[in-house]
Write a protein that binds this ligand. Structure first.
Ligand code: ZN
Length: 340
């Protein structure tokens, strides 16, 4: 029986230049108030139709309503003071001035339910919504209240769980947590990282996913990748733990990375989102290149578990490049589907 290979992106897409500064991770909004709200909704409509026109099968909001994938969620919680900032080292890699946890973390109201409702209204295809994972959240803050990375992560997991339940009610099919920190803090992933992720999906009735990457194509990440040696085996520490977890799908970097593809076999029974689009270069992949990467992955997983994906978010790329890459991804998956 023929099967079409699904495709999706790992998260963000570039924003239109009338909405926000382009080419940046923390691009400033260009409008405010109701004008900004309207512009965000318009941008979401554009990226949804861009994905559908390209032939992508699992649709996301391209994170058009968020300034940054971690901070926008945290800004909507109480207990964090965004005016008092401290410089910390993020993922052991680069320094950033981050907000301070000053009180118990609470979710005052739903953060993204409005966005999911809009996304749901724009397509009948399956929709995926991304949220930051607990470990990546704590790594983006200075904690002056819980004074324990683990305690703060558990609290974020509870808060995320409240949010996820509402998003599922609003019609989301797949919830994906972004946990780039899983590629750095292996002891913590082992001791409580995967458990906090499972707490975040407790009693949740939808497909669940985790995205673990080597980061956007920014300079600090490129330098770090260059220091990792000939083979990147970080996933080897995390995948056996995820394999035993309740998470359904795992997203990993493949194309142009030094990740040995055989590590996929550590994730038996999970859906594998194979990164077949490089977000660190503006060079556009050919459908054949995409098909070849997906075909290599098939040595270690079955076609029913294979999903074509990007290595990471595309927020910093030019829009026309991102759109061409979406098309290459969809065309490459279709090409392989026809050949199998
Ligand atoms: Zn990523």
């Amino acid at each position: 029986m023929k099967k079409n290979i699904h495709t999706t992106i790992s998260g963000s897409l570039p924003k239109p230049s009338w909405l926000a500064e382009t080419g940046k991770l923390w691009g400033q909004w260009k409008l405010s108030g109701t004008e900004l709200d309207q512009a965000k909704a318009d941008a979401m409509k554009i990226v949804v139709s861009d994905q559908i026109n390209a032939g992508i099968s699992i649709i996301t909001d391209g994170e058009q309503t968020r300034q940054h994938f971690v901070t926008t969620f945290i800004e909507n919680l109480s207990g964090v003071d965004f005016k008092r900032k401290k410089t910390v080292r993020i993922r052991d890699r680069y320094d950033a001035a981050v907000p301070m946890v000053v009180d118990k973390i609470n979710r005052k109201k739903s953060v993204f339910v409005k966005d999911v409702r809009l996304l749901r209204s724009l397509t009948s295809k399956p929709i995926k919504f991304t949220l930051p994972g607990p470990m990546t959240m704590i790594d983006t803050l200075y904690d002056d209240y819980y004074k324990s990375r683990e305690k703060l992560a558990w609290r974020f997991a509870e808060v995320l769980n409240e949010e996820v339940k509402e998003l599922v009610k609003a019609g989301v099919d797949i919830i994906q947590f972004d946990e780039p920190a899983f590629n750095v803090f292996f002891d913590e992933v082992h001791d409580w990282g995967v458990q906090t992720l499972e707490r975040a999906i407790k009693n949740v009735r939808c497909t669940t996913a985790v995205h673990i990457c080597y980061g956007y194509g920014i300079e600090a990440n490129i330098k770090w990748k260059n220091s990792l040696g000939k083979e990147w085996r970080q996933y080897e520490k995390v995948f056996p733990l995820l394999s035993k977890s309740k998470i359904d799908q795992v997203s990993l970097e493949c194309i142009n990375s030094r990740v040995p593809m055989e590590l996929i076999s550590l994730l038996q029974k999970k859906d594998i989102m194979v990164g077949a689009i490089d977000v660190a270069t503006n060079k556009i992949e050919t459908p054949r290149q995409v098909a070849n990467i997906l075909k290599q992955a098939l040595k270690y997983t079955s076609i029913k578990h294979l999903i074509g994906c990007t290595n990471c978010g595309m927020v910093t790329m030019p829009r026309e490049i991102a759109n061409a890459k979406l098309k290459a991804l969809a065309d490459g998956a279709a090409l392989l589907s026809r050949e199998l």
